[in-house]
Ligand binder design. Structure first.
Ligand code: SUD
Ligand code: ADP
Length: 323
């Protein structure tokens, strides 16, 4: 970095899979009380940010070339999956709120280089917003576990606190309650291996929640938590649940095609992640996940890749990046 260049912060921020998601009740504010177990996986967006002398926030959000090529080829020659412009980007809205909340006079310029599929239930927008908050805190010398930061994270999106990280150390997985903004880290008993398939269709989270039904007797996350602590993939496979899977499948017939293809493989278990459209299978090891990813890529139901659990470095210890 040149001597007179303003400081810049670069953070790699992961995607997530929901291994368990149960709805407990519909709230008066229109949100749903839920219990969900989320795990971070090694599919990253890269957020790079610096101050500007202007009085505004500008965000450039684009696909990393390899991901853009894959999306382009998959959707034919016409389009590449659209990403929101700066004014409609969750990163912009989050940074604008940050400047107001902490009375920051300077502006921010951020570039978001993406590989996390959008509208896939993998938390891409939430992850980018969490990384931008962490970068802004570092640029402004604000302690990362400052309570107002986590408060702002939860206000900007139910999944953002998960990606913002736990204040008591690195985290791989968490149980999230409330809207999803109350998180508690889970001590996972080992690395987890997955195959993820993202069809050429994105799903609206709002639409899926609009269609969802709270069950009369919600399932408890207790057995999934015990399975996660054991770290045994076969045990976790037996506890996979997503109460949003049915409403998600109703919004796009691509999801049933993906689930049918995954069902025909030797994964230990499989499910839709979040509100969809991506689905995942849990595998016993990395080699099996890689083999099944190639098998699924050949079926033409979507972009298939192997993934494994990763740590979200906690903001108080590592504000820098995964680099
Ligand atoms: C479904 C999940 C599962 O992890 O993730 P994605 O599939 O989006 O990745 C999350 O609940 C999505 O979290 P997030 O995308 O941050 O949701 P928000 O922006 O807070 O809310 C978007 C909309 O989803 C609905 N919503 C969200 C969370 C919740 N507990 N109940 C809801 O009903 C509401 O209609 C809300 O207006
Ligand atoms: N930084 C961002 N990256 C991707 N999508 C974004 C971003 N900011 C806003 N969006 C909008 O949020 C929607 C949901 O994005 P994302 O969170 O990645 O999907 P999901 O909620 O299914 O996990 C996208 O379809 C897009 O319209």
């Amino acid at each position: 970095m040149l001597a007179n260049q303003p400081p810049a912060v670069e953070i790699l921020t992961p995607a997530k899979l929901n291994l368990f998601l149960e709805l407990r009740e519909r709230r008066a504010d229109g949100f749903h009380e839920l219990e969900t177990v989320m795990v971070a996986i090694n599919r990253f967006d890269r957020v790079r940010m610096a101050f500007t002398e202007t009085d505004d926030v500008h965000v450039d959000c684009h696909w990393l070339p390899n991901q853009a090529v894959v999306v382009h080829r998959y959707r034919g020659a016409q389009t590449v999956a659209a990403l929101p412009s700066s004014q409609h980007n969750l990163v912009t809205r989050t940074l604008e709120q940050f400047r107001q909340r902490f009375s920051i006079a300077k502006g921010f310029r951020a570039t978001v280089a993406k590989t996390i599929p959008a509208g896939a239930g993998m938390g891409g927008a939430s992850s980018d917003a969490a990384a931008a908050l962490r970068a802004a805190a570092q640029l402004c010398d604000i302690a990362p576990h400052e309570p107002r930061l986590l408060q702002l994270a939860g206000e900007m999106g139910s999944d953002i606190p998960f990606f913002f990280g736990a204040s008591d150390g690195p985290m791989t997985a968490a149980i999230a309650t409330g809207r999803g903004e109350q998180i508690a880290s889970i001590p996972v008993g080992g690395k987890l291996h997955f195959v993820v398939v993202h069809p050429p269709a994105s799903v609206s989270t709002v639409e899926v929640y609009r269609r969802c039904q709270v069950p009369p007797e919600p399932v408890s996350a207790t057995a999934m938590l015990a399975a996660m602590v054991s770290g045994r993939a076969a045990r976790i496979a037996g506890q996979l649940l997503n109460r949003l899977a049915d409403p998600s499948r109703a919004t796009s017939d691509w999801i049933d095609r993906v689930l049918t293809a995954i069902r025909r493989t030797s994964v230990l278990g499989y499910q839709v992640t979040g509100s969809g459209s991506a689905c995942f299978g849990i595998c016993p090891n990395a080699a099996t996940a890689s083999r099944i990813a190639h098998q699924l890529q050949a079926t033409g139901v979507g972009i298939a890749f192997a993934a494994e659990s990763v740590q979200i470095a906690n903001p108080s210890r590592d504000l820098g990046s995964f680099l």
